[in-house]
Design a protein around this ligand. Structure first.
Ligand code: PMP
Length: 431
């Protein structure tokens, strides 16, 4: 069983000088202790105590090619020798934007920034400027970053006020007025969406959705739901935004929009787009993106379009595109193998649980239901028990998120996966 002496000491030291102890609030919750890492390669990560893990955290999603992929690293290293960022233009921006407009159905033009949170901010601004309306429909349990105007209902669940008129702040310090334009609606319920849209159509600028509810249970859209959302938003002149920060380049090169055949007006991309370097993008229809061309909408950021991020994006997409979809079929097969193994193990030990998988992302939860396809049911899972499971897995050399979301990369092998299933089986037996 792994022990964590050095991580424990570092954590104590960190708490004296790093606010919250870790660079993001979510990371501080890892049990038995937030891990300190010494190095990582491929599907494996080595912590400061010398424990090795098979990594399914993958830096919360970006590491779609695993850690320190040799070809990716060589391309990024070479580019760094020519300078990391210029604050000026370079061919890499044109190359990456051209590639994105080729592969993403919604993309006539692209705007780059550094994080998913920033890209969401640009998309909302574009939608408001385009429609000259200000309200935003967002859904319970979805996450769209931590900016004041959208941060609510995640990770805390129930923040929908009476008749969706009040939306509660996600954190202390958020402006009381910041969420006044948000209508928080139940996801995967076409009737409710139609009702709210019909009632408020004159005020609503956009609907923003994760096309698969990855942040709360990896819930797939009900058949026809995204199509209906598309049809209703078109009918009412409302901008449809897919937040593909997780699904982008994970559910396939063309993301959820390609997979489901529903094209939004704007798509937001981050995480996997650059394999671990800070990069995000809003890709959208020419008619809306022209607002940036005209200077009507300001799009700013010191490090936007850095050579580092553009090269990392180009390298990641080149490697994902190799072999006509081989990277995706590998990940799909790998995650399917893992999900099936975990389901069998849950069954064998008589533990009620669900593993929801789509592509290379899945959510495992302890819950006594035949299926979980809506947020209210998802909320009934036993998250305390899952946290114990995740910490026991960590002690046994498998790194997973305490929340239940797992990612795999193109370099996870069948051997990694079989070892993971074997370890999970032992942990579940003793749970
Ligand atoms: N949108 C979604 C769907 C996300 O999952 C996340 C991050 N988990 C974000 C936006 C915010 O991205 P970032 O952390 O890069 O700001």
């Amino acid at each position: 069983m792994n022990t964590f002496k050095i991580s424990e000491q570092s954590w104590l030291k960190a708490k004296r000088v790093v606010a919250g102890g870790a660079a993001s609030s979510l990371r501080a919750s890892m049990k038995p202790v937030p891990l300190y890492v010494s190095s990582a390669s491929g599907s494996k990560l080595l912590d400061a105590d010398g424990n090795e893990y098979i990594d399914y955290l993958l830096a919360y999603g970006p590491l779609i090619l695993g850690h320190a992929h040799p070809e990716w690293t060589a391309l990024v290293q070479n580019s760094l020798l020519r300078g990391v960022t210029y604050g000026l233009q370079h061919e890499g921006e044109i190359e990456l934007a051209s590639l994105l407009t080729d592969i993403l159905p919604c993309a006539d033009k692209v705007a780059f920034s550094g994080s998913g949170t920033e890209a969401v901010m640009i998309a909302l601004r574009l939608a408001r400027a385009y429609t000259r309306k200000s309200k935003v429909i967002r859904f319970e349990g979805h996450y769209h970053g931590w900016s004041d105007t959208i941060f609510t209902s995640f990770p805390s669940p129930d923040m929908r006020g009476e008749a969706e008129k009040v939306t509660m702040a996600g954190t202390a310090g958020q402006s009381e007025n910041a969420l006044q334009d948000i209508l928080l609606v139940k996801w995967n319920d076409a009737e409710e969406l139609e009702r709210v849209l019909t009632e408020h159509a004159d005020e609503i600028a956009c609907v923003i959705t994760e096309p698969v509810m990855c942040n709360s249970g990896c819930l797939a859209p009900n058949p026809g739901y995204l199509e209906r959302m598309r049809e209703l938003t078109t009918r009412f002149g409302i901008v449809l935004i897919f937040d593909e920060v997780i699904t982008g380049f994970r559910l396939g090169l063309s993301g959820a929009q390609g997979r489901f055949g529903v094209t939004p007006d704007l798509g937001i991309f981050g995480k996997a787009i650059a394999g671990g370097v800070a990069l995000s993008a809003v890709a959208g229809k020419a008619d809306i993106m022209r607002l940036i061309d005209e200077g009507t909408v300001n799009h700013l950021g010191t490090l936007n379009g850095s050579t580092l991020s553009m090269t990392a994006g180009l390298a990641t997409l080149a490697l994902l595109s190799e072999g006509e979809g081989r990277a995706y079929s590998r990940m799909e097969e790998g995650m399917n193998r893992l999900a099936s193994g975990l389901r069998k193990s849950l069954q064998r030990h008589g533990i009620p649980g669900i593993v929801n998988r789509i592509g290379s992302v899945m959510h495992m939860m302890f819950i006594d239901k035949p299926e979980v396809s809506d947020f209210d049911t998802f909320q009934q899972r036993d998250s305390a028990r899952y946290t114990v499971f995740a910490s026991k897995m960590l002690e046994a050399g498998i790194l997973i998120r305490p929340s239940g979301l797992w990612y795999i990369s193109t370099v996870h092998t069948d051997e990694d996966i079989d070892r993971t299933i074997g370890t999970a089986d032992q942990v579940l037996a003793a749970l």
